[in-house]
Design a protein around this ligand. Structure first.
Ligand code: NI
Length: 180
């Protein structure tokens, strides 16, 4: 088991569109470590850039909340190619600790992605899994939940955001200083 550092709002890696995965070999260790990290942090989804890795992949496990269906989900090079309906749900984010916001998103999506073997799938997904996928796809495109609410709503969490951002920028500098 290896835990990774979850990077927070303010760190530049969370604002960039992540690189496509071309090499599927050697992803197992990263994905295992991401699951360990996500469970440790009590999250239900985690995108690679949230642990500082610039790759288009994310993991989800919603089995604590919804028991039906598969327990573990791994999505690589995912793309939402269709959506319909709408729903509201209060979302939190491991990269923005202690901030929760009501976010409106499509209820159903058509999601195209690759699995660990590189095989392409296109699935119709709805409910909590569709919601979690949309949240993680946003991360991989540099988008946060705070970008999905009105300015008026965003101001209500301004204090928290500023504090998280300051710490994240300091941490990012510190991390870079040790790259030799
Ligand atoms: Ni998040």
């Amino acid at each position: 088991m290896a835990l990774m550092d979850v990077v927070h709002y303010g760190d530049p890696i969370l604002r960039k569109k992540c690189d496509k995965v071309n090499d599927f070999k050697g992803l197992n260790k990263l994905i295992d470590d991401m699951f360990d990290t996500m469970y440790e942090e009590n999250g239900i989804g985690l995108a690679a850039n949230q642990v500082g890795i610039d790759l288009n992949l994310f993991i989800i496990d919603i089995s604590d909340i919804e028991e039906e269906g598969e327990r573990i989900h791994i999505f690589i090079n995912g793309e939402i190619i269709g959506s319909s309906g709408e729903s509201w749900f209060e979302e939190g984010c491991l990269s923005i600790p202690d901030v929760r916001l009501d976010i409106k998103r499509p209820e159903k999506i058509t999601f195209k992605y690759q699995d660990l073997d590189g095989e392409v799938h296109t699935d119709e997904i709805e409910g909590l899994l569709a919601r979690a996928i949309q949240h993680e796809v946003d991360h991989l495109n540099g988008i946060f939940i705070v970008d999905r609410v009105s300015e008026t709503k965003k101001i209500t969490v301004d204090k928290e955001l500023k504090a998280i951002k300051k710490e994240a920028i300091d941490k990012a500098k510190y991390r870079k200083a040790f790259v030799l």
